[in-house]
Write a protein that binds this ligand. Structure first.
Ligand SMILES: N[C@@H](CCC(=O)N[C@@H](CS)C(=O)NCC(=O)O)C(=O)O
Length: 217
């Protein structure tokens, strides 16, 4: 889907960010689910770009992702997902019912405020740190905490296909991105009946396979 913006001008969503970033994955997966045409530009880590003055003007944090869509410049991955879904997926990825939408927001916020800490310790420890430099105690503690937290999501998925109900929504996007790495990393995990089934459902989605299920790096 290409957009026609202010004054009838054709515009295309631009996304800056490297594809191996969990926060960039959220945005790419969301755009793909919504079938929005976009241009992606590498930025962050080895690609640099984030310290260029023109980039800092858009995103003073010097982080990825950042988007520009018909003049709207945005950073913060969850805000971007909410924006894209509200603009292009109202009633689908962005539930129309305020109560359902708030429940989705809750899972998005929970993922970044609560799960992200232990996730980060495990991911950086195992994927981005060489074996001799790893802090095994820290990784194990974070692993335990992450599993404890994921049990909450498992319980919430009892009798529900997705976190927001019976269809994929913005509520699933951040957790879905974190979950992929959690399932892929060589860590101990309990068997979660509902979370495992939800994850398998995500793995069947072409957009998830394309943007989220990439080798971890
Ligand atoms: N809360 C921000 C966090 C953004 C963030 O920390 N991005 C990381 C990648 S996941 C980053 O830009 N790291 C530095 C880099 O890639 O150069 C969001 O959700 O967008």
């Amino acid at each position: 889907m290409r957009g026609r913006g202010v004054q009838g001008k054709i515009y295309m969503l631009k996304i800056w960010g490297r594809t191996n970033s969990v926060n960039v994955k959220k945005v790419l997966w969301c755009a793909e689910e919504l079938e929005i045409a976009y241009e992606r530009h590498d930025a962050g880590m080895q690609f640099g770009v984030v310290n260029e003055p023109w980039y800092r003007k858009m995103n003073p944090n010097g982080l990825v992702p950042t988007i520009e869509d018909d003049g709207v410049i945005l950073w913060e991955s969850n805000a971007i997902v909410r924006y894209l879904a509200a603009r292009y997926g109202s009633g689908t990825l962005s539930p129309a019912d305020p109560g359902v939408r708030a429940a989705c927001d809750k899972w998005m916020d929970w993922t970044t405020s609560t799960l992200a800490g232990p996730y980060r310790d495990v991911f950086w420890g195992l994927v981005r740190t060489t074996p001799e430099k790893r802090d095994a105690v820290r990784i194990e503690a974070a692993c335990r905490k992450g599993n404890e937290l994921l049990a909450i999501a498992d319980a919430a998925l009892d009798a529900k296909q997705f976190l927001g109900g019976d269809r994929l929504s913005i509520g699933d996007i951040p957790l879905g991105c974190f979950a992929y790495a959690w399932y892929e990393m060589p860590i101990e995990r309990p068997a979660w009946i509902n979370l495992d089934a939800w994850y398998r459902r995500l793995c069947e989605r072409p957009a998830y396979r394309k943007h989220v299920m990439l080798p971890l790096s």
